[in-house]
Design a protein around this ligand. Structure first.
Ligand code: ADP
Ligand code: MG
Length: 487
Protein backbone atom coordinates (compact mmCIF):
# COMPACT_ATOMS: atom_id res chain seq x y z
CA UNK A 1 0.00 0.00 0.00
CA UNK A 2 1.20 3.46 -0.84
CA UNK A 3 1.62 6.01 1.91
CA UNK A 4 -0.48 9.17 1.54
CA UNK A 5 2.56 11.42 1.63
CA UNK A 6 4.62 9.63 -1.00
CA UNK A 7 5.34 11.36 -4.27
CA UNK A 8 3.09 10.02 -6.96
CA UNK A 9 0.15 9.40 -4.66
CA UNK A 10 -3.10 10.71 -6.08
CA UNK A 11 -3.81 14.41 -5.53
CA UNK A 12 -2.40 16.40 -2.67
CA UNK A 13 -5.36 16.27 -0.29
CA UNK A 14 -5.67 13.64 2.41
CA UNK A 15 -8.85 12.03 1.11
CA UNK A 16 -9.72 14.63 -1.50
CA UNK A 17 -13.47 15.16 -0.87
CA UNK A 18 -13.35 18.39 -2.90
CA UNK A 19 -11.18 17.26 -5.82
CA UNK A 20 -13.98 17.86 -8.33
CA UNK A 21 -15.13 21.13 -6.79
CA UNK A 22 -11.57 22.47 -6.84
CA UNK A 23 -11.41 22.17 -10.65
CA UNK A 24 -14.12 24.81 -11.20
CA UNK A 25 -12.45 28.08 -10.37
CA UNK A 26 -15.35 30.25 -11.56
CA UNK A 27 -17.74 28.45 -9.20
CA UNK A 28 -15.26 28.81 -6.36
CA UNK A 29 -15.02 32.57 -6.95
CA UNK A 30 -18.78 32.89 -6.78
CA UNK A 31 -18.94 30.74 -3.68
CA UNK A 32 -16.29 32.93 -2.02
CA UNK A 33 -18.52 35.98 -2.38
CA UNK A 34 -21.42 34.13 -0.77
CA UNK A 35 -19.09 32.76 1.90
CA UNK A 36 -17.92 36.19 3.05
CA UNK A 37 -21.48 37.49 3.34
CA UNK A 38 -22.52 34.33 5.18
CA UNK A 39 -19.63 34.83 7.63
CA UNK A 40 -20.76 38.39 8.31
CA UNK A 41 -24.36 37.25 8.76
CA UNK A 42 -23.40 34.42 11.10
CA UNK A 43 -21.20 36.70 13.18
CA UNK A 44 -17.79 35.29 12.29
CA UNK A 45 -16.45 38.76 12.99
CA UNK A 46 -13.31 40.57 13.96
CA UNK A 47 -12.53 44.19 14.47
CA UNK A 48 -10.05 45.69 12.04
CA UNK A 49 -6.35 46.10 12.61
CA UNK A 50 -6.73 49.84 12.03
CA UNK A 51 -9.48 50.19 14.65
CA UNK A 52 -9.12 47.35 17.15
CA UNK A 53 -11.28 49.09 19.74
CA UNK A 54 -14.23 50.26 17.69
CA UNK A 55 -17.15 48.31 16.30
CA UNK A 56 -18.29 50.95 13.79
CA UNK A 57 -16.61 49.16 10.94
CA UNK A 58 -15.82 45.48 11.38
CA UNK A 59 -14.77 42.67 9.11
CA UNK A 60 -14.98 38.91 8.98
CA UNK A 61 -12.47 36.73 10.75
CA UNK A 62 -10.34 34.97 8.12
CA UNK A 63 -11.59 31.50 7.20
CA UNK A 64 -11.19 28.75 4.63
CA UNK A 65 -13.53 28.60 1.67
CA UNK A 66 -13.91 24.83 2.05
CA UNK A 67 -14.08 22.72 5.18
CA UNK A 68 -10.97 20.56 5.57
CA UNK A 69 -10.92 16.79 5.62
CA UNK A 70 -10.20 15.37 9.07
CA UNK A 71 -9.87 11.62 9.69
CA UNK A 72 -12.89 10.61 11.76
CA UNK A 73 -10.92 8.22 13.96
CA UNK A 74 -8.44 10.94 14.96
CA UNK A 75 -11.21 13.44 15.58
CA UNK A 76 -12.92 10.98 17.90
CA UNK A 77 -9.64 10.16 19.59
CA UNK A 78 -9.10 13.87 20.32
CA UNK A 79 -12.53 14.15 21.91
CA UNK A 80 -12.07 10.95 23.88
CA UNK A 81 -8.84 12.13 25.51
CA UNK A 82 -10.04 15.62 26.45
CA UNK A 83 -11.49 14.76 29.85
CA UNK A 84 -8.23 12.99 30.64
CA UNK A 85 -6.31 16.15 29.80
CA UNK A 86 -8.68 18.15 32.03
CA UNK A 87 -7.88 15.78 34.89
CA UNK A 88 -4.18 16.02 34.17
CA UNK A 89 -4.04 19.82 34.04
CA UNK A 90 -5.99 19.99 37.27
CA UNK A 91 -3.68 17.48 38.93
CA UNK A 92 -0.58 19.41 37.85
CA UNK A 93 -2.01 22.68 39.13
CA UNK A 94 -2.41 21.12 42.57
CA UNK A 95 1.05 19.60 42.66
CA UNK A 96 3.32 22.26 44.10
CA UNK A 97 6.34 19.97 44.14
CA UNK A 98 5.94 18.93 40.51
CA UNK A 99 5.70 22.53 39.32
CA UNK A 100 8.67 23.51 41.45
CA UNK A 101 10.90 20.70 40.22
CA UNK A 102 9.78 20.99 36.61
CA UNK A 103 10.21 24.74 36.30
CA UNK A 104 13.38 25.03 38.42
CA UNK A 105 15.77 25.25 35.47
CA UNK A 106 13.42 27.36 33.35
CA UNK A 107 12.82 30.10 35.89
CA UNK A 108 16.54 30.67 36.27
CA UNK A 109 16.70 31.95 32.71
CA UNK A 110 13.13 32.90 31.76
CA UNK A 111 12.01 36.05 33.52
CA UNK A 112 8.34 35.81 32.59
CA UNK A 113 7.88 32.27 33.85
CA UNK A 114 9.86 33.23 36.95
CA UNK A 115 7.49 36.09 37.75
CA UNK A 116 4.44 33.88 37.33
CA UNK A 117 6.09 31.30 39.52
CA UNK A 118 6.82 33.85 42.25
CA UNK A 119 3.15 34.83 42.36
CA UNK A 120 2.26 31.15 42.57
CA UNK A 121 4.56 30.71 45.56
CA UNK A 122 3.37 33.86 47.20
CA UNK A 123 -0.32 32.89 47.11
CA UNK A 124 0.48 29.42 48.44
CA UNK A 125 2.49 30.89 51.31
CA UNK A 126 -0.38 33.14 52.25
CA UNK A 127 -2.85 30.26 51.90
CA UNK A 128 -5.45 30.01 49.13
CA UNK A 129 -8.66 31.96 49.63
CA UNK A 130 -10.06 30.47 46.42
CA UNK A 131 -11.96 27.21 46.89
CA UNK A 132 -13.73 26.86 43.52
CA UNK A 133 -11.54 26.26 40.47
CA UNK A 134 -12.46 26.63 36.81
CA UNK A 135 -10.34 25.37 33.95
CA UNK A 136 -10.97 26.21 30.31
CA UNK A 137 -8.30 24.77 28.08
CA UNK A 138 -7.79 23.85 24.46
CA UNK A 139 -5.67 20.90 23.47
CA UNK A 140 -4.27 21.35 19.95
CA UNK A 141 -3.27 18.57 17.56
CA UNK A 142 -1.96 17.92 14.10
CA UNK A 143 -2.32 14.75 12.06
CA UNK A 144 1.17 13.38 11.66
CA UNK A 145 1.95 11.59 8.43
CA UNK A 146 5.71 11.67 8.96
CA UNK A 147 6.55 8.22 10.28
CA UNK A 148 3.12 6.75 10.67
CA UNK A 149 0.71 5.39 8.15
CA UNK A 150 -2.21 5.91 8.67
CA UNK A 151 -1.81 9.43 10.13
CA UNK A 152 -1.54 9.78 13.90
CA UNK A 153 -3.01 12.35 16.29
CA UNK A 154 -0.15 14.30 17.85
CA UNK A 155 -0.57 17.05 20.43
CA UNK A 156 1.03 20.39 19.58
CA UNK A 157 0.35 21.96 22.96
CA UNK A 158 -2.36 22.54 25.51
CA UNK A 159 -3.47 26.11 26.15
CA UNK A 160 -4.54 26.69 29.73
CA UNK A 161 -5.01 30.45 29.56
CA UNK A 162 -7.00 32.61 27.16
CA UNK A 163 -7.70 29.74 24.74
CA UNK A 164 -9.59 31.62 22.09
CA UNK A 165 -11.95 31.16 19.12
CA UNK A 166 -14.49 29.02 20.98
CA UNK A 167 -17.02 31.72 20.18
CA UNK A 168 -16.36 32.13 16.47
CA UNK A 169 -15.85 28.37 16.04
CA UNK A 170 -19.48 27.99 17.09
CA UNK A 171 -20.47 29.83 13.91
CA UNK A 172 -18.23 28.55 11.14
CA UNK A 173 -20.07 25.31 10.39
CA UNK A 174 -23.09 27.31 9.21
CA UNK A 175 -20.86 29.27 6.82
CA UNK A 176 -19.23 26.18 5.39
CA UNK A 177 -22.62 24.50 5.09
CA UNK A 178 -23.77 27.41 2.94
CA UNK A 179 -20.64 27.20 0.77
CA UNK A 180 -21.08 23.49 0.15
CA UNK A 181 -24.72 23.97 -0.85
CA UNK A 182 -23.76 26.74 -3.27
CA UNK A 183 -21.18 24.38 -4.75
CA UNK A 184 -23.76 21.64 -5.26
CA UNK A 185 -22.80 19.53 -2.24
CA UNK A 186 -25.93 19.56 -0.04
CA UNK A 187 -25.37 16.08 1.37
CA UNK A 188 -21.86 16.95 2.44
CA UNK A 189 -23.20 20.18 3.94
CA UNK A 190 -25.67 18.21 6.04
CA UNK A 191 -22.82 16.08 7.37
CA UNK A 192 -20.96 19.00 8.97
CA UNK A 193 -21.04 18.54 12.72
CA UNK A 194 -22.79 20.92 15.06
CA UNK A 195 -20.28 22.63 17.34
CA UNK A 196 -20.90 25.06 20.17
CA UNK A 197 -17.86 25.64 22.38
CA UNK A 198 -19.25 29.04 23.41
CA UNK A 199 -22.10 27.22 25.12
CA UNK A 200 -19.74 24.82 26.90
CA UNK A 201 -17.40 27.59 28.04
CA UNK A 202 -20.32 29.64 29.34
CA UNK A 203 -21.68 26.58 31.14
CA UNK A 204 -18.37 26.18 32.98
CA UNK A 205 -18.17 29.84 33.91
CA UNK A 206 -21.81 29.77 35.06
CA UNK A 207 -21.16 26.70 37.20
CA UNK A 208 -18.16 28.34 38.87
CA UNK A 209 -20.17 31.52 39.40
CA UNK A 210 -22.99 29.54 41.01
CA UNK A 211 -20.64 27.64 43.34
CA UNK A 212 -18.98 30.88 44.38
CA UNK A 213 -22.37 31.54 45.86
CA UNK A 214 -22.97 35.27 45.73
CA UNK A 215 -25.91 36.04 43.43
CA UNK A 216 -25.06 39.73 43.10
CA UNK A 217 -21.42 39.08 42.12
CA UNK A 218 -20.28 39.54 38.50
CA UNK A 219 -18.06 37.68 36.04
CA UNK A 220 -15.10 39.82 34.95
CA UNK A 221 -13.51 39.25 31.54
CA UNK A 222 -9.96 40.51 31.81
CA UNK A 223 -9.16 41.86 28.35
CA UNK A 224 -6.28 43.21 26.33
CA UNK A 225 -5.68 46.74 25.20
CA UNK A 226 -6.32 45.95 21.54
CA UNK A 227 -9.60 44.06 21.38
CA UNK A 228 -9.83 42.85 17.81
CA UNK A 229 -11.24 39.52 18.87
CA UNK A 230 -14.03 40.95 21.00
CA UNK A 231 -16.79 39.15 19.08
CA UNK A 232 -15.30 35.79 19.97
CA UNK A 233 -15.52 36.83 23.62
CA UNK A 234 -19.00 38.32 23.25
CA UNK A 235 -20.30 34.91 22.09
CA UNK A 236 -19.44 33.54 25.54
CA UNK A 237 -20.45 36.71 27.35
CA UNK A 238 -23.91 36.77 25.78
CA UNK A 239 -24.59 33.23 26.92
CA UNK A 240 -23.87 34.35 30.48
CA UNK A 241 -26.24 37.31 30.17
CA UNK A 242 -28.84 34.82 28.90
CA UNK A 243 -28.51 33.11 32.28
CA UNK A 244 -28.88 36.46 34.05
CA UNK A 245 -25.22 36.48 35.07
CA UNK A 246 -23.73 39.96 34.90
CA UNK A 247 -20.50 40.37 32.96
CA UNK A 248 -18.03 43.25 33.08
CA UNK A 249 -14.96 43.75 30.89
CA UNK A 250 -11.88 45.25 32.51
CA UNK A 251 -8.16 45.71 31.96
CA UNK A 252 -5.35 45.01 34.44
CA UNK A 253 -5.02 48.78 34.74
CA UNK A 254 -8.65 49.03 35.93
CA UNK A 255 -7.98 46.37 38.54
CA UNK A 256 -4.87 48.22 39.67
CA UNK A 257 -6.81 51.46 40.05
CA UNK A 258 -10.22 50.23 41.23
CA UNK A 259 -9.65 46.74 42.65
CA UNK A 260 -9.54 45.80 46.32
CA UNK A 261 -9.95 42.85 48.67
CA UNK A 262 -12.07 42.84 51.81
CA UNK A 263 -11.19 41.04 55.05
CA UNK A 264 -12.15 37.65 53.67
CA UNK A 265 -10.32 38.47 50.42
CA UNK A 266 -13.46 38.94 48.39
CA UNK A 267 -12.55 40.85 45.23
CA UNK A 268 -14.24 44.15 44.44
CA UNK A 269 -13.74 46.14 41.25
CA UNK A 270 -15.55 49.47 40.97
CA UNK A 271 -17.51 48.45 44.04
CA UNK A 272 -18.84 45.25 42.41
CA UNK A 273 -18.00 41.89 43.88
CA UNK A 274 -16.32 39.62 41.32
CA UNK A 275 -17.12 35.90 41.45
CA UNK A 276 -15.14 34.76 38.40
CA UNK A 277 -12.14 36.32 36.63
CA UNK A 278 -11.89 35.00 33.06
CA UNK A 279 -8.48 35.91 31.63
CA UNK A 280 -8.34 36.72 27.95
CA UNK A 281 -5.03 38.42 28.60
CA UNK A 282 -1.99 37.98 30.81
CA UNK A 283 -0.31 35.18 28.85
CA UNK A 284 2.61 37.08 27.30
CA UNK A 285 5.24 39.39 28.81
CA UNK A 286 3.97 42.38 26.83
CA UNK A 287 0.67 42.16 28.76
CA UNK A 288 2.48 43.27 31.92
CA UNK A 289 4.05 46.37 33.35
CA UNK A 290 4.78 46.74 37.07
CA UNK A 291 1.23 47.86 37.86
CA UNK A 292 -0.26 44.98 35.89
CA UNK A 293 1.87 42.53 37.84
CA UNK A 294 0.53 44.04 41.04
CA UNK A 295 -3.02 43.73 39.72
CA UNK A 296 -2.36 40.09 38.82
CA UNK A 297 -1.12 39.40 42.32
CA UNK A 298 -4.22 41.03 43.80
CA UNK A 299 -6.48 38.86 41.64
CA UNK A 300 -4.57 35.69 42.51
CA UNK A 301 -4.72 36.41 46.24
CA UNK A 302 -8.48 36.90 46.06
CA UNK A 303 -11.28 34.47 46.78
CA UNK A 304 -12.62 34.93 43.22
CA UNK A 305 -12.51 31.96 40.85
CA UNK A 306 -9.69 32.64 38.43
CA UNK A 307 -9.88 31.01 35.04
CA UNK A 308 -7.14 29.95 35.12
CA UNK A 309 -5.50 30.37 38.52
CA UNK A 310 -1.77 30.99 38.34
CA UNK A 311 -0.89 27.34 38.98
CA UNK A 312 -3.02 26.24 36.04
CA UNK A 313 -1.38 28.82 33.82
CA UNK A 314 2.00 27.35 34.79
CA UNK A 315 0.65 23.86 34.06
CA UNK A 316 0.30 24.99 30.44
CA UNK A 317 3.96 25.92 29.92
CA UNK A 318 5.97 24.15 27.25
CA UNK A 319 8.45 23.02 29.88
CA UNK A 320 5.69 21.18 31.75
CA UNK A 321 4.53 19.61 28.48
CA UNK A 322 8.04 18.29 27.86
CA UNK A 323 8.45 16.87 31.38
CA UNK A 324 5.11 15.05 31.09
CA UNK A 325 6.55 12.93 28.32
CA UNK A 326 9.17 11.41 30.62
CA UNK A 327 8.54 7.74 31.37
CA UNK A 328 6.49 7.28 34.54
CA UNK A 329 5.54 10.94 34.90
CA UNK A 330 1.88 10.62 33.88
CA UNK A 331 1.50 7.58 36.16
CA UNK A 332 2.76 9.65 39.08
CA UNK A 333 0.42 12.54 38.36
CA UNK A 334 -2.65 10.41 37.67
CA UNK A 335 -2.40 7.41 39.99
CA UNK A 336 -5.21 4.92 39.44
CA UNK A 337 -6.00 6.25 35.96
CA UNK A 338 -4.11 3.77 33.81
CA UNK A 339 -6.50 4.07 30.85
CA UNK A 340 -6.40 7.86 30.89
CA UNK A 341 -2.60 7.74 31.01
CA UNK A 342 -2.55 5.46 27.97
CA UNK A 343 -4.89 7.72 26.00
CA UNK A 344 -2.89 10.82 26.89
CA UNK A 345 0.48 9.29 26.09
CA UNK A 346 -0.69 8.09 22.69
CA UNK A 347 -1.00 11.75 21.62
CA UNK A 348 2.53 12.77 22.63
CA UNK A 349 5.11 13.60 20.00
CA UNK A 350 8.79 13.31 20.90
CA UNK A 351 9.65 16.04 23.44
CA UNK A 352 13.15 16.75 24.73
CA UNK A 353 14.64 18.68 27.62
CA UNK A 354 17.51 21.07 26.99
CA UNK A 355 18.46 21.19 30.68
CA UNK A 356 22.22 21.30 31.27
CA UNK A 357 23.81 17.86 31.27
CA UNK A 358 24.45 14.92 29.02
CA UNK A 359 20.86 14.32 27.92
CA UNK A 360 20.51 17.95 26.82
CA UNK A 361 23.94 17.96 25.13
CA UNK A 362 23.03 14.92 23.11
CA UNK A 363 19.67 16.18 21.84
CA UNK A 364 21.12 19.63 21.09
CA UNK A 365 23.78 17.99 18.92
CA UNK A 366 21.17 15.86 17.16
CA UNK A 367 19.00 18.89 16.44
CA UNK A 368 21.93 20.88 15.11
CA UNK A 369 22.78 17.99 12.79
CA UNK A 370 19.15 17.50 11.61
CA UNK A 371 17.26 20.74 12.29
CA UNK A 372 14.47 19.85 9.85
CA UNK A 373 13.32 17.11 12.24
CA UNK A 374 12.62 19.45 15.18
CA UNK A 375 10.90 22.56 16.50
CA UNK A 376 12.65 24.71 19.11
CA UNK A 377 10.15 26.27 21.51
CA UNK A 378 10.60 28.99 24.11
CA UNK A 379 8.15 29.42 27.01
CA UNK A 380 5.87 31.72 25.03
CA UNK A 381 2.28 31.69 23.84
CA UNK A 382 0.40 33.31 21.03
CA UNK A 383 2.26 32.07 17.97
CA UNK A 384 5.31 33.20 16.06
CA UNK A 385 7.86 32.30 18.74
CA UNK A 386 9.09 28.89 17.64
CA UNK A 387 12.22 28.25 15.62
CA UNK A 388 12.60 25.89 12.69
CA UNK A 389 15.21 24.71 10.21
CA UNK A 390 18.22 26.92 9.61
CA UNK A 391 17.17 29.41 12.28
CA UNK A 392 16.79 26.64 14.85
CA UNK A 393 20.27 25.45 14.00
CA UNK A 394 21.85 28.89 14.30
CA UNK A 395 20.22 29.69 17.62
CA UNK A 396 21.00 26.31 19.08
CA UNK A 397 24.64 26.54 17.97
CA UNK A 398 24.89 29.87 19.73
CA UNK A 399 23.33 28.82 23.03
CA UNK A 400 24.15 25.14 23.20
CA UNK A 401 26.78 25.54 25.92
CA UNK A 402 24.95 28.17 27.95
CA UNK A 403 22.14 27.77 30.50
CA UNK A 404 20.10 29.99 28.20
CA UNK A 405 19.21 26.84 26.29
CA UNK A 406 17.07 25.69 29.23
CA UNK A 407 14.49 28.39 28.45
CA UNK A 408 13.63 26.27 25.37
CA UNK A 409 12.39 22.76 24.75
CA UNK A 410 12.80 20.67 21.62
CA UNK A 411 9.97 18.83 19.94
CA UNK A 412 9.71 16.47 16.99
CA UNK A 413 8.34 18.28 13.99
CA UNK A 414 4.89 17.01 12.99
CA UNK A 415 4.41 16.47 9.27
CA UNK A 416 0.76 16.71 8.26
CA UNK A 417 -0.40 15.93 4.74
CA UNK A 418 -1.22 19.20 2.92
CA UNK A 419 -4.52 19.76 1.14
CA UNK A 420 -5.54 22.48 -1.30
CA UNK A 421 -7.89 25.17 -0.03
CA UNK A 422 -8.61 28.88 -0.41
CA UNK A 423 -7.95 31.18 2.53
CA UNK A 424 -10.44 34.04 2.67
CA UNK A 425 -8.98 37.16 4.21
CA UNK A 426 -10.15 40.76 3.81
CA UNK A 427 -8.22 42.61 1.07
CA UNK A 428 -6.39 39.47 -0.07
CA UNK A 429 -6.65 38.08 -3.58
CA UNK A 430 -8.33 34.70 -3.90
CA UNK A 431 -5.82 31.99 -4.67
CA UNK A 432 -5.38 28.30 -4.04
CA UNK A 433 -2.95 27.37 -1.26
CA UNK A 434 -1.45 24.15 -0.01
CA UNK A 435 -2.65 24.01 3.56
CA UNK A 436 -2.33 22.11 6.81
CA UNK A 437 -4.77 22.08 9.71
CA UNK A 438 -4.61 22.04 13.49
CA UNK A 439 -7.50 20.64 15.51
CA UNK A 440 -8.22 22.02 18.98
CA UNK A 441 -10.61 20.49 21.50
CA UNK A 442 -11.97 22.69 24.26
CA UNK A 443 -12.03 21.26 27.77
CA UNK A 444 -13.96 22.66 30.71
CA UNK A 445 -13.85 21.55 34.32
CA UNK A 446 -14.86 22.86 37.71
CA UNK A 447 -13.49 21.72 41.04
CA UNK A 448 -14.91 22.59 44.44
CA UNK A 449 -12.33 21.93 47.12
CA UNK A 450 -11.00 18.52 46.14
CA UNK A 451 -14.08 17.37 44.26
CA UNK A 452 -14.36 17.62 40.50
CA UNK A 453 -17.96 18.63 39.88
CA UNK A 454 -17.75 19.15 36.12
CA UNK A 455 -15.42 17.66 33.51
CA UNK A 456 -16.38 17.99 29.84
CA UNK A 457 -15.15 18.30 26.30
CA UNK A 458 -16.87 21.44 25.09
CA UNK A 459 -16.43 21.55 21.33
CA UNK A 460 -13.71 21.98 18.75
CA UNK A 461 -11.80 24.48 16.67
CA UNK A 462 -10.11 23.75 13.37
CA UNK A 463 -7.49 26.22 12.17
CA UNK A 464 -5.79 26.00 8.80
CA UNK A 465 -2.74 27.74 7.36
CA UNK A 466 -0.68 27.72 4.21
CA UNK A 467 2.25 25.31 4.44
CA UNK A 468 4.83 28.04 3.89
CA UNK A 469 4.12 29.37 7.40
CA UNK A 470 5.79 27.16 9.97
CA UNK A 471 4.17 28.97 12.89
CA UNK A 472 1.41 31.29 13.98
CA UNK A 473 -2.26 31.28 14.88
CA UNK A 474 -5.35 33.14 13.70
CA UNK A 475 -4.69 36.20 15.86
CA UNK A 476 -1.15 36.34 14.46
CA UNK A 477 -2.64 36.61 10.95
CA UNK A 478 -1.33 33.26 9.72
CA UNK A 479 -3.99 30.62 10.34
CA UNK A 480 -7.68 30.96 9.51
CA UNK A 481 -10.86 29.41 10.91
CA UNK A 482 -12.05 26.18 9.39
CA UNK A 483 -14.62 23.42 9.92
CA UNK A 484 -13.72 19.73 10.01
CA UNK A 485 -15.25 17.50 7.36
CA UNK A 486 -14.90 13.99 8.70
CA UNK A 487 -13.60 11.35 6.33
P1 ADP B 1 1.96 28.90 20.73
O1 ADP B 1 1.85 28.83 22.20
O2 ADP B 1 2.75 30.05 20.23
O3 ADP B 1 0.63 28.74 20.05
P2 ADP B 1 2.53 26.26 19.64
O4 ADP B 1 3.27 25.20 20.33
O5 ADP B 1 1.07 26.06 19.50
O6 ADP B 1 2.86 27.64 20.39
O7 ADP B 1 3.18 26.49 18.22
C1 ADP B 1 2.70 27.46 17.34
C2 ADP B 1 2.46 26.86 15.97
O8 ADP B 1 3.65 26.26 15.48
C3 ADP B 1 1.43 25.76 15.96
O9 ADP B 1 0.13 26.28 15.80
C4 ADP B 1 1.87 24.92 14.78
O10 ADP B 1 1.40 25.49 13.57
C5 ADP B 1 3.38 25.06 14.80
N1 ADP B 1 4.00 23.94 15.54
C6 ADP B 1 4.20 23.88 16.87
N2 ADP B 1 4.77 22.71 17.22
C7 ADP B 1 4.92 22.01 16.10
C8 ADP B 1 5.46 20.72 15.80
N3 ADP B 1 5.95 19.94 16.75
N4 ADP B 1 5.45 20.32 14.50
C9 ADP B 1 4.98 21.11 13.52
N5 ADP B 1 4.46 22.35 13.74
C10 ADP B 1 4.43 22.80 15.00
MG1 MG C 1 -0.56 27.12 19.88
Amino acid sequence: MKKAGQPGSAGSSMAGPWDVVLRDEAALRQAAVVAVDAALLEGVLMRTEAEPNASEVVSYAPFTLLPSAVPRALFEQAYAVQRDFNLLVDAISRDKGFLERTLASTIKVDDFTARLFRIHQQVLEEGLAQSVFLGINRSDYMFDCGAASPPALKQIEINTIAASFGGLASRTAAVHGRVLRVLGKPEEAARLLPNDPAQGLAMGIAKAWELYGSPSAVVMFLVEKAQRNIFDQRCVENKLWDRNIRVIRRRFQDVYEQGSLDDSRRLYVDGQEVAVVYYREGYVPSNYDQQNWEARLLLERSRAVKCPDIATQLAGTKKVQQELSRPGMLEKLLPGHAEAVKRIRATFAGLYSLDMGEEGDRIAATAIASPERFVLKPQREGGGNNLYGEELKQVLEKIKDSPERTSYILMDKIEPQPAVNYLLRAHSPLKASKCISELGIFGVYVRQGTELVLNEAAGHLLRTKAVEHADGGVAAGVAVLDTPYLV
